[in-house]
Design a protein around this ligand. Structure first.
Ligand SMILES: Nc1ncnc2c1ncn2[C@@H]1O[C@H](COP(=O)(O)OP(=O)(O)OP(=O)(O)O)[C@@H](O)[C@H]1O
Ligand SMILES: [Mg+2]
Length: 268
């Protein structure tokens, strides 16, 4: 240990989450790459995301956005590089182990049970995403906890009034809202959303945007979005991918004004 310093370093005092606590990152990618044969789909990507941050990941078709999500979630192994989640190296960790650490991505609506109710689907998601320690609770207590989580998640996306409806009776927009609820049912710390507004009408997209803005600020959000307006409305901080590389990264105003970014988007 070195000699004491004055004023004391803010990184030495405080508990996690309190002022002066160490600035732990929610997510950190160091030189992460994914090669498909000769194609560098993700190329030496560096990314740091703070807890509670809303980060948009944008870029043209084929830029590597979804591949990057797959690497973060553990659906695909990296070709090179390192991924840490709240300080833990998860680079080689299986997808379900990362989920148990609080990393969740949205479910595809096609994986749902269309004839079951909205609440039943949320309960199944809550159960599937609940770390093993909870499954050892007594069934009643366990179910009560799952029920609380499921209803909380439906409330967060504005679907509590639809709890008893069969999923097949939901509109397309409501189904996309339910996708978010199912991910929330596991009480994620980091949530990955791949184009949550894709295919929505402008009214539905507007609803989705305000829903995302209203999510628990403790949740770290990483959102892939084609629509720059939606991305910039939800996230204060933007990372731009192009041919697998990060070409811009910073506050939304700076990224929006970046000449290369403007060229790519105006040219597209
Ligand atoms: N499993 C795979 N095998 C081979 N190539 C792949 C695979 N998955 C993705 N690719 C290629 O990697 C590149 C990046 O694809 P990716 O889906 O990550 O892009 P994206 O930014 O999500 O695009 P979009 O905006 O169209 O969703 C593309 O050239 C794609 O064809
Ligand atoms: Mg994609």
């Amino acid at each position: 240990m070195g000699a004491p310093t004055w004023p004391p370093s803010p990184q030495r005092s405080g508990r996690p989450g309190e002022p002066g606590a160490p600035l732990e990152l929610a997510l950190r990618l160091e030189k992460v790459s994914k090669w498909f044969g000769g194609l560098r789909a993700v190329d030496d990507v560096e990314l740091t995301v703070r807890p509670g941050e809303r980060r948009a990941l944008i870029g043209p078709n084929g830029a590597g956005k979804t591949t990057l999500f797959n690497l973060i979630a553990g659906a695909l192994p990296v070709s090179a590089g390192r991924i840490t989640l709240f300080g833990d190296d998860v680079t080689r960790l299986a997808q379900h182990r990362r989920a148990a650490l609080g990393l969740t991505r949205t479910f595809q609506i096609t994986n749902l049970f269309p004839s079951l109710s909205v609440l039943e689907n949320a309960l199944l998601a809550a159960q599937a995403l609940t770390p093993a320690k909870f499954s050892m609770l007594r069934p009643r207590g366990g179910f009560g906890e799952l029920d609380t989580r499921a209803r909380e998640a439906l409330r967060a996306v504005g679907l509590e009034d639809r709890a008893q409806s069969a999923v097949r009776h939901l509109s397309h927009g409501e189904q996309r809202q339910l996708e978010i609820a199912l991910a929330l049912a596991g009480r994620p710390r980091v949530l990955l959303l791949d184009e949550p507004a894709a295919g929505l009408s402008s009214a539905e997209a507007h609803l989705m945007t305000s829903l995302l803005r209203g999510l628990d600020p403790a949740i770290t959000l990483l959102i892939i979005e084609h629509d720059m307006d939606i991305a910039l409305e939800v996230a204060q901080h933007v990372t731009v991918l192009h041919y697998g590389k990060v070409i811009a990264d910073g506050p939304r105003e700076a990224v929006k004004a970046d000449p290369t970014v403007r060229e790519i988007y105006l040219g597209a």
